[in-house]
Design a protein around this ligand. Structure first.
Ligand SMILES: C=C1C[C@]23C[C@@]1(O)CC[C@H]2[C@]1(C)CCC[C@@](C)(C(=O)O)[C@H]1[C@@H]3C(=O)O
Ligand SMILES: O=C(O)CCC(=O)C(=O)O
Ligand SMILES: [Fe+2]
Length: 397
């Protein structure tokens, strides 16, 4: 399939590009999917019936039902937590309750300048309006996470997400990033050219603000698990994080597709900034998909698989997705905090000998698994554990 939505730019919504390249060497789970729709058939179907192309149609179980229910998430004041014992006590209790159940909470007092958040969201809007050729100049290389992607059509043959993404690394060392790191600026100028230096500077500053907010949240998580403020702050101080800009175009059949399919984040912690008042994020709680609606000035935080393993399953990495709309496009910025690539992910020694739920692993191994072998979904960590240490017949007998 190639550029078939671009060929319909006249349609009443912004075109979205799908440029297909050969499958990755280690073909992901869609290996058995066949690209049966020729571009011509799909084009005709699209023109006549304005039906979204088959590769974008998701099974009912994934795409429906959508409720108008809202998830009641606690609003944690990170600023108060860092500046008073009482504030820390309250914040630790709030995150303990949220993370032991659905793993989602909102944060205020995070210190991120609203003007910087606005600049990062506007920068994403500007980037995704660029001509396809410019965006493709930064396209994601197979097996890596950095770069521009459209519907992941270069990776998957079915259940394509109705989104474009731009992802880049923010590896932060532990000597304090503010002002002396330029890893993000360098990515933008090398991948897109010197004209994008300013955009790179905006995201460099945004990523550093996200890093500081995530380490502050780690202090609260450490206290909530009785490990002290420094335990996880030190563990993630030299982390290798990923920034991802999501763009969800308007869609003529929003109930038949998804912006991002049901999944648990493989990373440790996600900080999500949603643009404006366009809902999209839903979390599966008590059998229903519940919105976590954007609230001005608040960031949405969720635990990922790597933190669930670090806590030996005490804190939950939960299933969530992003729905799309007929009349509204949507943008979100996701900052995925991850450990340094070679750091071993292992829960702290516990007084009560508890059975280990997951094997030791490194973030490098989990990243490689999701980028080359497995499409992250609801069971990534279990599939990863089997991939790391496949049960042999002798063990099963
Ligand atoms: C480690 C990662 C893989 C994905 C990006 C991320 O950094 C964290 C979230 C993951 C993802 C968004 C989960 C849903 C499926 C996915 C393929 C996507 O829709 O983008 C995942 C990302 C990926 O690029 O593999
Ligand atoms: O865009 C959203 O609201 C959620 C995106 C998400 O879950 C992700 O990129 O991992
Ligand atoms: Fe996610």
């Amino acid at each position: 399939l190639s550029n078939f939505l671009e060929a319909n730019a006249a349609m009443p919504f912004p075109a979205m590009e799908v440029a297909r390249s050969p499958h990755l060497p280690c073909v992901p789970v869609d290996a058995n999917a066949t690209d049966s729709n020729s571009a011509t058939d799909v084009l005709d179907l699209w023109r006549q019936q304005k039906q979204i192309p088959a590769p974008f149609v998701w099974p009912n179980a994934d795409a429906r039902p959508s409720s108008m229910l809202e998830l009641d998430v606690p609003v944690v004041d990170i600023g108060a937590a860092l500046h008073s014992a009482a504030g820390m006590g309250r914040a630790a209790a709030q995150v303990a309750e949220a993370c032991a159940s659905h793993g989602f909470f909102q944060v205020t007092g995070h210190g991120v300048d609203p003007a910087l958040a606005r600049a990062a969201l506007d920068g994403a809007a500007d980037f995704f309006r660029l001509p396809l050729a410019t965006k493709q100049g930064a396209r994601r290389s197979p097996g890596t996470v950095e770069g521009y992607a459209s519907a992941h059509a270069d990776r998957f043959a079915a259940k394509l997400p109705w989104k474009e993404t731009l992802s880049f690394s923010h590896n932060h060392d532990d000597v304090g990033a503010r002002g002396n790191s330029h890893v993000v600026v360098d990515y933008f100028t090398s991948a897109l050219g010197d004209d994008f230096k300013h955009l790179g500077e905006v995201y460099q500053e945004y990523c550093e603000a996200m890093e500081e907010a995530s380490l502050a949240i780690m202090e609260v998580l450490g206290m909530s698990l009785g490990l002290g403020r420094g335990y996880y702050r030190d563990y993630f101080a030299d982390g290798s994080s990923i920034m991802r800009c999501n763009y969800y175009p308007r869609c003529p059949e929003p109930d038949r597709t998804l912006g991002t399919g049901p999944h648990c984040d493989p990373s440790a912690l996600t900080i999500l900034l949603q643009d404006g008042d366009v809902d999209g994020l839903q979390v599966l709680v008590d059998g229903a998909w519940r919105f976590v609606r954007p609230k001005t000035g608040e960031l949405v935080v969720n635990i990922g698989d790597t933190f669930m393993a670090l806590s030996n399953g005490r804190y939950k990495s939960c299933l969530h997705r992003a729905v799309v709309h007929r009349e509204k496009e949507r943008r979100s910025l996701a900052y995925f905090l991850a450990p340094r690539e070679d750091r071993v992910v292992r829960p702290p020694p516990s007084p009560a000998p508890a059975p280990r739920l997951y094997p030791d692993f490194t973030w490098a191994e989990l990243m490689r698994f999701t980028q080359r072998h497995y499409r992250a979904d609801a069971r990534t960590l279990d599939a990863f554990a089997r991939w790391l240490d496949p049960p042999t017949c002798s063990k099963l007998l």
